[in-house]
Design a binder for this molecule. Structure first.
Ligand code: GDU
Length: 318
């Protein structure tokens, strides 16, 4: 396809997770070792621009210099715990960054976007599994609230200006790495998500995993999530771009998840079995802002995107 996609990103020192920042922050300078590595591994020549979305002039410069038809907007900081401590940082980066981006897109007549949303927009769900029609907005943490606010803003935008065509992908819990093992979460950075933390304990870099809450109303008392392999998440984006090129939706939210719930203790047990490493854990207090269970009904996303996830929990741990 003769189109270029803009993958946007603002770099967070705090949080480098599965759908976050695995490409280098040095991209602007042309020194992008991890970008080179992605090209080497995938055999694809990538066009990748990364900039701080709060710097609207820089965003505009990128759109002025290049022909862009579609945007995949990944740029966000995403640590639930941190967002409760530093709400302004989250509102500024995630919400204002997105406003800047869509303003520049408009200026340059680019109206097609895949947006990285989150299952956090559903809050503590009223029913399970969660369908796309489940009410949103009753969000329990600041990170999720930024995603909810952006979704509402994009919806309003598509009402006001019907030429916008946006798919909002509501990620459940993306984990794992490229099958080569050479592209994944950056272990030198701070992070707060469960899977990279488990990996650090397995490597001996951290003493134990703290299990946040053992008293939830779940089968074993620990938090239940719907984990999805990062490669499936990636192919979901390719499928979404392809759908945008075929149909005008204005605004469409879709779940990206497998529809299978796994508790923290179950994930630990899978990890130990698959990798053969023991991972010490301790029960700890609930994390502020967490909900007990998030599991999706992923059938609409799979149907509408003609997309089938291929990886299971063993692949994710491996
Ligand atoms: O050290 C830890 C870290 C996490 N958890 C528990 O593990 C589960 C998963 O927590 P994560 O931090 O890995 O991910 P979240 O559930 O907070 O995921 C949210 O943040 C993600 C961003 O990483 C995605 O946006 C996702 O859609 C959204 O639900 C939760 O029950 C959490 O309480 C622990 O017990 N100990």
């Amino acid at each position: 396809m003769s189109r270029q996609n803009l993958r946007t990103g603002t770099e967070s020192k705090e949080d480098h997770g599965a759908h976050g920042n695995w490409l280098s922050k040095h991209t602007d300078s042309g020194e992008a070792p991890s970008l080179k590595r992605v090209e080497e591994i995938t055999g694809k020549k990538l066009t990748f621009y990364q900039c701080d979305l709060l710097d609207i002039n820089r965003v505009d410069e990128i759109f002025s210099k290049h022909h862009i038809d579609y945007v995949i907007h990944f740029a966000a900081i995403k640590a639930v715990g941190e967002s409760m401590q530093f709400p302004l940082k989250y509102y500024k980066n995630n919400v204002i960054g997105t406003i800047n981006l869509v303003e520049v897109m408009k200026e340059h007549n680019v109206y097609q976007m895949v947006f990285s949303s989150s299952c956090c927009v559903y809050g503590d769900p009223e029913h399970l599994p969660i369908t796309e029609d489940h009410p949103t907005g009753n969000v329990t943490n600041v990170y999720g609230r930024t995603k909810y606010l952006i979704e509402e803003m994009l919806k309003d935008l598509t009402h006001a200006e019907p030429r916008w065509n946006i798919i909002s992908l509501r990620y459940f819990n993306p984990v794992g790495a490229h099958p080569s093992g050479r592209i994944g979460e950056d272990p030198t950075k701070n992070f707060s998500n469960l899977m990279p933390y488990i990996a650090q304990v397995a490597l001996g870099n951290k003493p134990h995993v703290e299990v946040f809450g053992g008293d939830y109303n779940t089968p074993d008392g620990t938090g239940v999530r719907d984990y999805i392999h990062i490669m499936d998440l990636a192919s979901g984006h390719v499928a979404a771009l392809s759908r945008l090129s075929q149909e005008h939706f204005r605004y469409k939210p879709l779940n990206l998840g497998l529809g299978r719930g796994l508790s923290v203790l179950e994930l630990l047990a899978h990890w130990e079995r698959v990798t053969g490493t023991r991972v010490a854990h301790r029960m700890a207090a609930r994390r502020y802002g967490d909900v007990p269970t998030l599991v999706c009904d992923g059938s609409r996303g799979q149907r509408e995107l003609s997309w089938t996830p291929r990886y299971d929990i063993d692949d994710m741990c491996e």
